[in-house]
Design a binder for this molecule. Structure first.
Ligand code: FAD
Length: 299
């Protein structure tokens, strides 16, 4: 039995070979995944991890692909998508238990409806809960890590574990969860609040994003903000707005966004990231660090 047949035997959705990552990333770029897998539940996920380990294949996991630059040569080995089967929300007292594939915006809206406060900042962040925890996604002065009371994950040795607050660490757009395993679920600790006020808070954040963020395909902020000044303002003052490589360009609306109006490659975007870094280095002697994850092989 070859690997494809082995996966077909144990996964409801089977496996796709050479699946273009451009259809799974918000930048709409990225070459093929050798084996693209959409597990239906934790048991299937453990089976994938077990098989991958047995065959000695690398494994990459992603959620909504909104913080990823996948290079044009694609990703070797197994690429696991934590998607719809892991999208669910359950209330437990003043907390919400949610699957790692749940959209952050959906979570923010549900928390508001339930009269639970703490998640409003997530309204409009287009990631999944799993990706948000790994990246410690945040906005408007708040971030997801502070809410995470429990995180359940399948480790890369195939064992499922539940991490409590003592075992997790969150910093600015980083956590100690990266590379540890695949997040399947989390318990988010919230506090009681007024549903109407919370709903208008979420809708306010969504409206602000629509005003501030470009509508074209992007991965949100490309660079981390250096300690004393936002990356966007450094790029703008260095004259970076409108800088382009192929169709990829620095947004006129928000200088820390690189947009793909159509037809850009990951190579164009990666070169443009380098151009922006050079510009800001020359002008301000500041080394901008990408916030987006750059993965896969060059073509
Ligand atoms: C228009 C726009 C606006 C944005 N605004 C913000 C913002 O305000 N604040 C902010 O913080 N971010 C923002 N982002 C970036 C992005 O949405 C967040 O970083 C988000 O949390 C990423 O989630 P994701 O599911 O898309 O992760 P992905 O891009 O799929 O993956 C990101 C990382 O997480 C890992 N990962 C994903 N899922 C799992 C899992 N289940 N288990 C283990 N590892 C996993 C991946 O391996 C990868 O390293 C924005 C992006 C866009 C396009």
């Amino acid at each position: 039995m070859n690997l494809k047949q082995e996966f077909e035997r144990c996964l409801q959705a089977g496996v796709k070979e050479n699946e273009p990552m451009s259809v799974h990333t918000s930048w709409q770029v990225g070459g093929p995944a050798d084996y693209y897998l959409l597990p239906a539940d934790e048991a299937e996920l453990r089976e994938i991890v077990r098989l991958g380990k047995k065959k000695g294949l690398p494994l990459f996991v992603f959620g909504n692909g909104t913080n990823l630059l996948v290079r044009d040569g694609g990703i070797r080995g197994l690429v696991v998508h934590i998607g719809d089967p892991f999208s669910y929300i359950r209330r437990e007292n003043d907390s919400l238990r949610a699957g790692a594939g749940t959209s952050l915006t959906l979570l923010a809206r549900r928390a508001a409806q339930e009269g639970l406060q703490g998640l409003g900042f997530g309204g409009g962040i287009p990631g999944s809960l799993g990706g948000a925890l790994v990246m410690n996604a945040g906005a408007f002065g708040s971030y997801i890590g502070r809410l995470a009371a429990e995180i359940r994950m399948v480790r890369f040795d195939g064992e499922a574990v539940t991490l409590g607050r003592q075992e997790t660490e969150f910093g600015y757009r980083r956590s100690n969860l990266a590379g540890k395993g695949i997040i399947v679920e989390a318990l988010l600790e919230l506090a009681p609040g007024d549903p109407a006020e919370l709903q208008s808070e979420v809708e306010g954040y969504l409206a602000e994003r629509r005003r501030r963020h470009p509508a074209l395909p992007s991965a949100g902020s490309v660079f981390r903000n250096p300690a004393h000044r936002p990356a966007g303002s450094l790029i703008e003052e260095a004259g970076g707005k409108g800088l382009a490589v192929g169709p990829a360009r620095v947004s006129q609306q928000h200088a820390n966004f690189i947009v793909n109006p159509g037809g850009a490659t990951a190579g164009d975007i990666e070169r443009l990231i380098g151009e922006v870094q050079r510009l800001v280095q020359e002008k301000f002697a500041v080394e901008l660090q990408p916030e987006v994850r750059i993965i896969g092989e060059k073509r």
